[in-house]
Write a protein that binds this ligand. Structure first.
Ligand SMILES: *[C@@H]1O[C@H](CO)[C@@H](O)[C@H](O)[C@H]1NC(C)=O
Ligand SMILES: *[C@@H]1O[C@H](CO)[C@@H](O)[C@H](O)[C@H]1NC(C)=O
Length: 162
């Protein structure tokens, strides 16, 4: 029973957030954006962005860039501190891809761009088959149930061929 615990732990370590934080030593705008380093293909997820001490009107844009497409996840103009979390749907991918998560903050006197890699991967559903007894005598009827769970341990609504 030790194994699943260990795997869960490694998985949790992998999901540690990738942070970006840009600060100026002197007073001036600072911002921070947090997103999980590994995203699940097709899942709803969110990132959070904070902007502190803007000394002018700033436009912050957050984009997910791949070879195929650029998706703007957020584009907002602010002239005071803000903290916001934005939900978005992770693009569907085959297997596993790495995309660029790009944050740009721009004003008349301030410009900053940060790029971080995020991994998008497919989490396969797991199917469990449970029988009503561990051992059967000849002629006994075997009763069983089948359940398929997704990576969040939610039942998956799909048809299984008999
Ligand atoms: C805002 O602060 C930055 C960093 O200190 C500075 O370079 C810039 O000139 C300031 N902008 C304004 C409009 O005061
Ligand atoms: C995405 O944006 C970058 C930078 O603006 C650009 O170089 C690239 O061609 C764009 N890619 C697509 C697929 O539109």
């Amino acid at each position: 029973m030790g194994r699943p615990g260990i795997q869960m732990w490694t998985w949790k370590l992998c999901v540690f957030l990738s942070w970006m934080c840009v600060g100026q030593a002197v007073a001036g705008p600072q911002y921070m954006v947090a997103i999980p380093a590994i995203l699940e293909s097709g899942a709803e997820t969110k990132f959070c962005a904070s902007l502190l001490e803007p000394n002018e009107t700033l436009e912050m844009s957050v984009t997910l860039m791949s070879k195929e497409a650029n998706t703007t996840l957020m584009k907002k103009t602010y002239c005071q501190d803000f903290h916001t979390c934005t939900e978005f749907k992770v693009p569907l991918v085959q297997d596993e891809v790495v995309q660029n998560f790009v944050v740009e903050v721009r004003g008349d006197t301030f410009y900053s761009k940060e790029v971080r890699k995020v991994k998008i991967k497919v989490y396969r559903a797991m199917t469990f088959i449970q029988t009503d007894k561990p051992i059967y005598l000849p002629g006994q009827t075997v009763q069983f149930r089948v359940i398929t769970l997704d990576s969040q341990l939610r039942p998956v609504n799909q048809l299984v061929s008999v």
